[in-house]
Write a protein that binds this ligand. Sequence first.
Ligand SMILES: Nc1ncnc2c1ncn2[C@@H]1O[C@H](COP(=O)(O)OP(=O)(O)OP(=O)(O)O)[C@@H](O)[C@H]1O
Length: 259
Amino acid sequence: MTSSISLQHNQTQPVLAMHQVSKLYGEGSGRVAALDEVSVAIPRGGFTAIMGPSGSGKSTFMNVAAGLDDATSGEVVLAGQPLSKLGDEGRTVLRREQVGFVFQAFNLVPTLSALENILLPFDLAGRKVTAEQRQWIDQLVHTLGLAERIDHRPSELSGGQQQRVAIARALASQPAIIFADEPTGNLDSRSSREVLTLLRTASREYGQTIAMVSHDPVAASYADRILVIADGRIVGDHGPLTPQQISDLLIGFEIGAPA
Ligand SMILES: Nc1ncnc2c1ncn2[C@@H]1O[C@H](COP(=O)(O)OP(=O)(O)OP(=O)(O)O)[C@@H](O)[C@H]1O
């Protein structure tokens, strides 16, 4: 894939910076630190996999990083904005404008066509699609192999096609970061490979920043950075690894097996 359209974001500061972020649930002896003083920076354009055993804090990490949930202490700076300084509405606007999401369950609107689903974020934000954006979306649709399915509803598409629509929707507005939560969890191995290749291409060729939560060493091997979370802490920060290397790395944390 090649793109004549470059992503327009501040090139120097990290897309996501977390400074000693903790998230506590419960009270007294039932208190759980789902995140425990996490500090990490995610630079522009990287494809980061976040791995860890069940209950280690991966979902909490994503929810707090995306401003869906409040940190108990510490600061999250997303696309240059400290989240603690924003109210609910400010965060909603920030997410709408700067964040894309891809979920395991695709989360497409069943009554809308593939194209309408891709354009939905623009409709929800009350934004008109510019000629340049339309060109970018057409390119995405073509590259993702969706051109002939663009008027189909999700129920008329395979799982892999639905996830490609969800990825096109996330990429369409060229957000500062895409959070992908087990994006291949519902896909067979061939569709998984296609989806992971698309995410890697989006990062390498479009400079799209992606943070992906996954249990799967094969999925994580497509990333160029692997963060390992255990008990709410980042216990590993690695460059690209093979699936075997990732499995070996995770044995001590009892992951790498199906969730
Ligand atoms: N709303 C909540 N109230 C209380 N405890 C919570 C809440 N959400 C998460 N936790 C606890 O925080 C810890 C981290 O949970 P989290 O869902 O982030 O883990 P995870 O790594 O995403 O797990 P999984 O892989 O099973 O989805 C767990 O001990 C969990 O029980």
